[in-house]
Each structure stands twice: as C-alpha cells, then as structure tokens.
Ligand binder design. Structure first.
Ligand code: 0RQ
Length: 497
C-alpha cells in the first residue's frame, strides 16, 4: 500500500532537524528505540561541527535507548541536554565530563513534565512503528515509552517503519494519556489485565514529515548467565516472599510484581519462577525481560503489563513465532501508566529494584558512584519504591572484587529514603527493616546483608556512633569511601573516635 507521506532516506530525515531543536524519541530501553534516523543525525552533527557550525540538540527519551541513538549522538557531541535514564557508556562519559547537561526524572514524570511546558517546545517526535496507515494511524513496535505524548505535542513527526516487527503487533499496546490538573481524575485501571486506551496512536497526517523504512532488530543484548551471586540474591528474594505468603502477610493470590532491569532482576524473576511456595502471579512492571517470557510460557506468570518488551533477539524471534499465544498474556503501556504511583499503590505491587549502595539505615543510592559519577539514573525505581506494598532492594554485598562494600554507613547520594525502602537483599541474606528503629536496622543490615569482610568494620562504626536516634558520626560517615578513593580499598578505613 502506498502512503500519502514522503518516504525518506534517513539522511533526508536528518536534514530536517536543526541545531538547538528538541527531539522526543519514542522507545523505552533499546526496545523500540529508533535506529537509523539518530545515526544519520549524528553524521549530520559531525559534518556541521567539521564545517565550524554548531549542532546540538535537546534529547528527551522514554528511558535508555540503543547504541545507534544515545551512543551515536553522544559520540558526535550532538546532545546539549538529555533526560531521563540512560545507560550508554559514551553518553555516561559525556555527562560525567560535563559535556552533556543531564537531569534525571522519575520515568512516570516524563510525560507530565513535557506536557507542563517546563522543558520547552518539542520540535520533533521521532518514533519507531511496526505499522503506519494512510490516515496517520500508527502501531508502535516493542515499546511505548513516552511516544504517544511526544507525537501529540511535537510540531512534526518522523517515523521509522521497521519491517523487522510484524504489523500484527497491533493490539499489544494500550495507550492512555490522563488529563492534567486541575482536571485530572483517577486512572481507570483496577487490574494489571485492564485495557483503558487505544491500541494505536492517531496522528494528524499533516504532521508526519516522513517515513523512513528500516528492517533492523532492536539493539538489545543477550543477558549474562546468572552467576552464583545473582542466583543467591534471586533465591533469597523468592524465599522471603514465599515466607511472607506462608505467614499470611501477603494475600494467598499473591500480588503483582515489578522488577527492575538487568542481570539481578532477571535472576530474581527466574528464582520466583522455580520457587514452589509462590503461586502463579502477574507482573505490573516497566520492562518485560527474557525471564518473564519463560514464566509466561510455563504458566507461572499469568499476565505481564509493561512499557517495553526488552528481550534478547532470540527471545523476540520466539515471541513473534507464537504471537497469538502472547497476545492475551501481555500489554505495553505508556510509562506514565506502567509506572504510575497511583496504580503502584492501588494494585499493591511487590517491587524489586537494584542499589549501587545502601546505608545501614535503609537509605538507597541507585544512581551515583562515590556520590559523584552518574551510572544510569533513577529510572522507574522511585515510582515503584515509594508507593509499593512491599519494596525490596537488591545488590551484591561487594563491588570491584571486594574493594567496595555496597553496605556503607551513609549513602553518598540519596535516591530512595529509609522511609520508602522496606527490605534489603544481598547474596548473604534478607534484612527486613519494617517496624525497626535505626539502631536495630543497622545491626540487622550488618548481620544479614554485609559481606563478612566488612562486618567487624561496620559493627565498630556503630560502636563509636552509639549516641542519638540515628547512630552516625559525621567525621567517619564517608571514611570507607575515602579509603577506597585514597587507598583503593574500603577495608582500609579507620574510625576516629
Ligand atoms: O560496574 O561493570 O564496571 O564492573 O556498577 O553493577 O552489579 O553489574 O549490576 O548492571 O544491575 O547495575 C544500580 C547501576 C546496577 C542498575 C545499577 C558497579 C559495578 C558495575 C553495574 P562494572 P552490576 P547492574 C530499572 C529501575 C537504577 C535503579 C533501578 C541501575 C556496575 O541496576 O541503574 O533499579 N539501577 N531502576 O561494579 C562503585 C558501588 C557499586 C559499583 C555497583 N557501590 N560502587 N561501583 N557498581 N555497585 C531501570 C529503568 O527504569 C529503565
């Protein structure tokens, strides 16, 4: 079928984008992220810079993207400012060197923030689609992110129509955009399976500047095989939840689960799948990963609501081969719905996210190494943690071969406070911080979560800090971090009485 919009090359599309413009890119993680237009924009930026002309953009995404988007644009020094979550090494370096101005947002806040006008005009929405109709009806691909809002608000829209994704993906999305205050009502979703919106985005055809045809797979990598540490973390989470169920602190039908992204999250889901004490459950999450697909196939996960299908290339091929099996078992939503605090609380989610470091009192740093260098960003972890029925943080007890303890006296950057973090899990055990005063929390964190190499050191910290409601001594609170920065190993820390 011929389309009434110009079919462009990626270079022709890129030539329409100009210095200082703001782009809202569709996609969420590398799933459904644009692949060819951003590469061509990066090439254009390089050519402009070589000619002595400025070319830098404001870039808003759903979350992280693929290497052809964040990676290529950062390498071309084409990103002036960027929000939210990212995980690309080149972009991370650019941010930490101060070349790209990055500010983080809770992922549920991206769409309302764009609508509020705080980020200025969105000149372009550039999105990937699996199908486009002549009347401007678009089916997105393996994610939604914030695409529906970018499309509605942007001056003009460019579409990558990717034949790698089947047009039969129509029906996998559920697009709903709430009204803004003071006209906002409740989001009318009462179960993970509910559908409340449209399967497609309707775009005024006049706004579509062009369509670029592609056939490129998502740039999602395969997951590492779980190792002993991630397996033990997963098993500890599963055993804790099975025990909560047994003693009646969770309903016998279980509660919907949210799980972050990465290898630990994948191992946690795998362990929940094999734990016989946990009944079949639903996911209400942002990222649907490989392990969720396995659980859907086995029947242990009865439904997955997410914002993206961030699976390895092999897993996506399996899904596409059996699309009709998955159709009634999953849905992809905009991030302001998949991560909506209102829904997290209403549905009573069990949330599992990852920390860079946790302090003895349950404050969590998920984003900055040594309080300074950005790793990825807060992502959806704040949306979920603050509003969870049960909020869980996982991390290995040490990083960098044991030279860093992830359990520290005081976090060097705060993303999630002790008031929201309930359970901390490492490969050594589970610290249930609920209903405990700071001093009791601290002893429990050392006993259950800290690596044996650090238990004596951390206990000695508490011994010298025993006065006050929160046992801290400010002259020592960062001594472990300083020992790592100055001597290369936190175990060298000495407490000053
Ligand atoms: O660095 O690869 O150079 O060795 O951090 O750590 O253990 O491989 O774990 O890939 O799951 O990442 C928190 C960053 C963990 C991630 C974080 C170093 C470590 C390694 C990665 P190397 P691992 P992961 C979902 C919801 C954001 C919050 C969230 C994240 C690298 O999970 O970004 O859950 N979470 N959001 O060596 C120095 C420490 C360290 C440390 C780990 N204490 N000090 N380096 N590392 N701890 C996301 C979305 O919403 C889309």
């Amino acid at each position: 079928m011929s389309l009434p919009f110009p079919v462009l090359t990626a270079e022709e599309a890129a030539a329409m984008v100009h210095d200082r413009q703001t782009i809202g890119f569709g996609g969420f993680t590398a799933a459904g992220a644009c692949k060819v237009i951003p590469l061509a924009i990066a090439a254009r930026a390089k050519a402009e810079h070589a000619a002595g002309r400025p070319f830098k953009l404001g870039v808003i995404t759903g979350a992280s993207t693929g290497k052809s988007l964040d990676g290529a644009l950062a390498a071309a020094e084409a990103i002036d400012w960027r929000t939210p979550y990212q995980s690309d090494p080149t972009l991370r370096k650019s941010i930490n060197e101060g070349k790209t101005r990055f500010f983080d947002l809770h992922l549920s806040a991206v769409q309302p923030t764009v609508r509020s006008g705080v980020l200025g005009k969105v000149h372009w929405a550039i999105v990937e689609a699996s199908d486009v109709k002549a009347d401007g009806t678009v089916t997105l691909s393996t994610s939604v992110g914030a695409a529906n809002t970018f499309i509605r608000l942007a001056d003009r829209v460019l579409i990558e129509l990717n034949a790698h994704h089947p047009a039969a993906l129509t029906g996998f999305h559920d697009l709903y955009e709430p009204a803004d205050p003071p006209h906002r009502r409740e989001i009318p979703l009462y179960a993970p399976t509910d559908r409340i919106g449209s399967p497609v985005v309707k775009i005024d055809p006049k706004k579509i500047a062009g369509v670029v045809k592609t056939n490129n797979p998502d740039e999602t990598g395969a997951f590492d095989q779980p190792d002993e540490v991630t397996n033990r973390i997963g098993e500890n989470v599963a055993a804790f939840l099975a025990s909560e169920l047994k003693i009646g602190r969770l309903p016998s039908s279980f509660l919907p689960l949210q799980s972050g992204v990465g290898n630990i999250a994948n191992a946690v889901i795998g362990a929940l799948g094999s734990n016989k004490g946990i009944p079949p459950f639903m996911m209400y999450t942002e990222v649907i990963q490989d392990s969720v697909i396995d659980l859907i196939k086995s029947g242990k996960c009865t439904f997955a609501s997410g914002c993206s299908l961030t699976v390895s290339p092999q897993k996506l091929t399996d899904i596409y081969r059996d699309l009709e099996f998955f159709r009634p078992r999953m849905v992809l939503r905009p991030q302001e719905i998949s991560n909506a605090p209102e829904l997290v609380r209403r549905l009573g989610l069990i949330t599992v996210n990852t920390a860079i470091e946790v302090d003895l009192f349950g404050n969590v740093n998920s984003t900055h190494v040594m309080g300074k260098d950005l790793m990825n960003g807060i992502g959806g972890s704040g949306d979920f943690t603050r509003n969870a029925h049960v909020s869980i943080y996982t991390c290995p007890s040490v990083a960098k071969g044991g030279k860093i303890s992830t359990i520290v006296p005081l976090v060097t950057h705060l993303d999630h406070s002790e008031h929201s973090v309930q359970i901390v899990v490492t490969e050594y055990g589970v610290a249930d911080l609920r209903g405990k005063a700071p001093a009791d929390r601290a002893r429990l964190m050392i006993e259950k979560c800290a690596h044996p190499d650090y238990r004596t050191l951390l206990s000695a910290y508490l011994d010298i800090s025993s006065k006050g409601h929160v046992p801290q001594t400010l002259q020592n609170a960062f001594s472990m971090h300083l020992a790592f920065l100055q001597q290369g190993d936190m175990r060298q820390a000495k407490w000053v009485a």
